[in-house]
Design a protein around this ligand. Sequence first.
Ligand code: BES
Ligand code: MN
Ligand code: ZN
Length: 496
Amino acid sequence: MQINVANRLPRTADNACQLLFLFADGRLKGAARKIDKDSDGQLKALYDSGDFKGGKAETLLLHALPGTAASRVLLVGLGERREFGASAWRASSKAACKALLATPATLLVSDCLSAVADDTLSAASMAEQLATDLVSSAYVFTLHPRRDAPSAAALEECVLSIDKTQLETVTTAVQRGVSTGKGMQLTRDLGNLAPNICTPSYLAVQAETLAAEHESLTATIVDEDEMESLGMGAFLAVSRGSKQPGKLIVMEHKGRKRAGKPIVFIGKGVTFDTGGISIKPSDSMDEMKYDMCGAASVFGVMHAVASLQLPLNVIGIVAAAENMPDGDAARPGDVVTSLSGQSIEILNTDAEGRLVLCDALTYAERFDPDTVIDMATLTGACIIALGHVASAVLGNDQKTISALIDAGEQSGDRCWSLPLWDDYQPQLDSNFADMANIGGRPAGTITAACFLSRFATQFNWAHLDIAGTAWTSGKDKGATGRPVPLLMNYLFNRLD
Ligand code: BES
Ligand code: MN
Ligand code: ZN
C-alpha cells in the first residue's frame, strides 16, 4: 500500500473511497461542505434524520454521492468537538480503517487533515496515526500454507491532501507512520509464526536478511560456543535443554556521524517457553510461541529505524533461546554464573526470560549505551496487574521512564510504571548464590525487574513487561505489534 501526500485531491478517482471525518455538531467544512452542496444537502439530511450522528468512531458508507469523483464516501464521526484530542482521533482513525478495508475500494482520498486539525492536535500527528493505522489494519498473516488463505486488502493507494504550507511536515509524519506500521507487521509476522519454524536460528537469519536489505544495518550473531567462552552461563542454562541452539543476535543501525552514544533495545526471544523442568500446564501452552514478542519488537523497530534512516545510533539485541525440558535441561537448584560474574540459583526454570536477558544486558555494556530499553513477555503477574491495556515500565532512570510513558500516551500504545524500590530486592535472596531467579508470588513483575536491575548498573535503563500487550488470546488470537508504536514514538521524540 502506497500513501501519498499532495496539495490537492486527484481529479479522477476510479474505485475510490473518499474519507470524511465529521464532528457531532454537524458543522460541515471543506470537502464535506462541497459534497453536501452538490448533493442538495444529503449530509445535513443524514444528521437531521439521525442516521449519522458524528459520534466518536461511528462510520457510515455512502455510494455515488454527487460532488465527489470517488464512488464511495465514508463518513467517520469524531465525537464532540470540545472533547476532541489524540485519543478520539485514534479511535476514529482505527474505525475508519476498519470500515474502509471492508470495502473493495482500491484508492483512498481524503482532505480530512486540514479540516479537522486544531490547536490540540496537529495535522502531522493525525497523519502519522492514520498512516500507521492504514498499514497495520491491512495486516494479514500469510506465512503458513493453507487452502483457505485469507485474502489481502483491496486498498492499493491513499492520497491525503493538505495545504502547501504543511506538505513537508505531513509527508515526514506519513513516512514515520508508514514505517511504524510496517515495523508492526514484521513484529506480528514473527510473533505469529509457528514455533517449529521461528527458532533462534530462524531469527538469526532474519537479522542477516534485514541487514542485507538496509545499507545502515549490520548483523552479528553470537553462537553458543562464543557465549561459552564469554561466560554467559545464565543464557546457556536456558538453551541447553533444547535441540535448537541459542543465539544472541546483534543488529546495529548507524545514523549519521556524531549521532551520539547508541540507544540499545534488547528483546526477550524465547521462541517457545514450555517452562523447562518446571513445566507449564498444557492449556494454551501454544501461546508460549509469543514469548519472543520482545525480540520481534526489536526487529520491527530496527526495520523502521533503518527504513527511515533515523539520524540516531540504534542497536538491537535479541536474546533468542528455546526453553525445553530435556535430559540436559537446567534443574531447579542449579547454580550458574552469569556474564557479569554474579551467581544465580535457578529455583524455577520457568523464570527463564530474566536468565537470557541478564546476560544480554551485561553484553550491552560493550556499546557504552546512552540508554538501554528491554522488552519482554516476562511475567504472568503483569497481566494481573495491568491487564491487556498497558505494558509495565520499570527502570533505574526516571527520565527514560517518563519519556516512555509520554510516548505511550501519544501513540495509544501505553505503558504505566510500577515501583522498583529496594524494599523488594530481598525477595531474591538465595542461601546458595548471589541471588535466586524468582522472588515468590507477591509483586512478581517487580521482582523480575529487580533481578534485571542487578545487571543494568552501567547505563540508564528501562524495562517493559509486555506479557499483557504483545498478543491477543481468544478468537482473534495473534500478535499485536506492540510495543513498536511506543518505541518509535520514543525515538521520534528524541529527534524532535
Ligand atoms: N513467558 C512467561 C511469562 C508469561 C506468562 C507471559 C503468561 C505471558 C503469559 C515467563 O517465562 C514465565 O513463565 N514467568 C513465570 C515466572 C515465575 C516462575 C516466577 C510466571 O509469570 O509465572
Ligand atoms: Mn517461563
Ligand atoms: Zn517465558
